[in-house]
Design a protein around this ligand. Structure first.
Ligand code: PGA
Length: 254
């Protein structure tokens, strides 16, 4: 049983879905299902163009707004990019290092580390994604792979602020193949142990979430584990009643 003061986190990652009207509609429906849910930290990350137009809705809610990515530079000639400075008055969190960004946009651990620094220096909580591809999982080398990601991203960061880490095994993403909760618990427990050896951040307040095909039927299998502090939800967060059920179940059961 987790201790009573403990609050789980649920993050919706909408990816590149929903124009403004669809986003507004979804937000209103999600709020109507789960705005009253207590004992759960709730964050929605819409596509960046919807963040500022949705801000007023969020101001009067129990949900926070997050970004799905940010550029690591403060400003400059980076065509098409968005800096933390431009979003910092509207968001509390930003996802960085999602496997889709690593794979499709070639982001390295080094770039993700710079993004984490940029967020922390603007008092935005980074949600740092890590996770192994299928080949590594099959070779039983997940722990080593994830530790390396954590080390390369976090070993040069000095902070006293909170960080979130989302363990998302790449093979589990896409609403098909959720990872075994006992396996996830094992990996997250080992990652937490490893984090406590990374000198500059070893005492930092952190949470470890799981992401990969989370839905209303399996969410509690993850959050009831001792070391899984919440979930990062993709596909299921695009359906208001499904996402509402996820939030309410965490709220009622931990
Ligand atoms: P999924 O996506 O829930 O659709 O598997 C999770 C993610 O990519 O963050």
């Amino acid at each position: 049983m987790k201790n009573k003061s403990y609050i789980s986190t649920v993050i919706a990652n909408w990816k590149m879905h929903n124009d403004f009207n669809a986003a507004l509609d979804l937000v209103i429906k999600i709020f109507s299902y789960s705005n009253m849910a207590k004992n759960v930290e709730k964050i929605i990350c819409p596509p960046v163009v919807n963040i500022i137009p949705l801000y007023d809705q969020f101001k009067n809610s129990t949900f926070s707004l997050g970004a799905q990515n940010i550029n690591e530079n403060n400003e400059g000639s980076y065509t098409g990019e968005i800096s933390v400075n431009m979003l910092k008055n509207y968001i509390t969190h930003a996802i960085i290092g999602h496997s889709e960004r690593r794979e499709i946009f070639n982001e390295s651990n080094y770039t993700i580390s710079l993004k984490a620094k940029a967020l922390l220096s603007n008092k935005i909580v980074p949600v740092i994604c890590v996770g192994e591809p299928l080949e590594i999982y099959k070779k039983n080398r997940s722990v080593e792979f994830i530790n390396n990601q954590l080390f390369e991203i976090l070993s040069k960061i000095q902070t006293n602020s909170q960080i979130l880490i989302a363990y998302e095994p790449i093979w589990s993403i896409g609403n098909k193949n959720p990872a075994d909760p006992v396996y996830v618990e094992k990996i997250i427990t080992k990652s937490k142990d490893f984090l406590s050896t990374i000198r500059p951040i070893r005492n930092v307040n952190h949470k470890f979430l799981y992401g990969g095909s989370v839905n209303s039927k399996n969410v509690l299998d993850y959050t009831k584990q001792q070391n899984i502090d919440g979930v990062l939800v993709g596909s299921a967060s695009l359906d208001a009643s499904e996402f509402g059920k996820i939030v309410l179940q965490i709220s009622n059961n931990g």
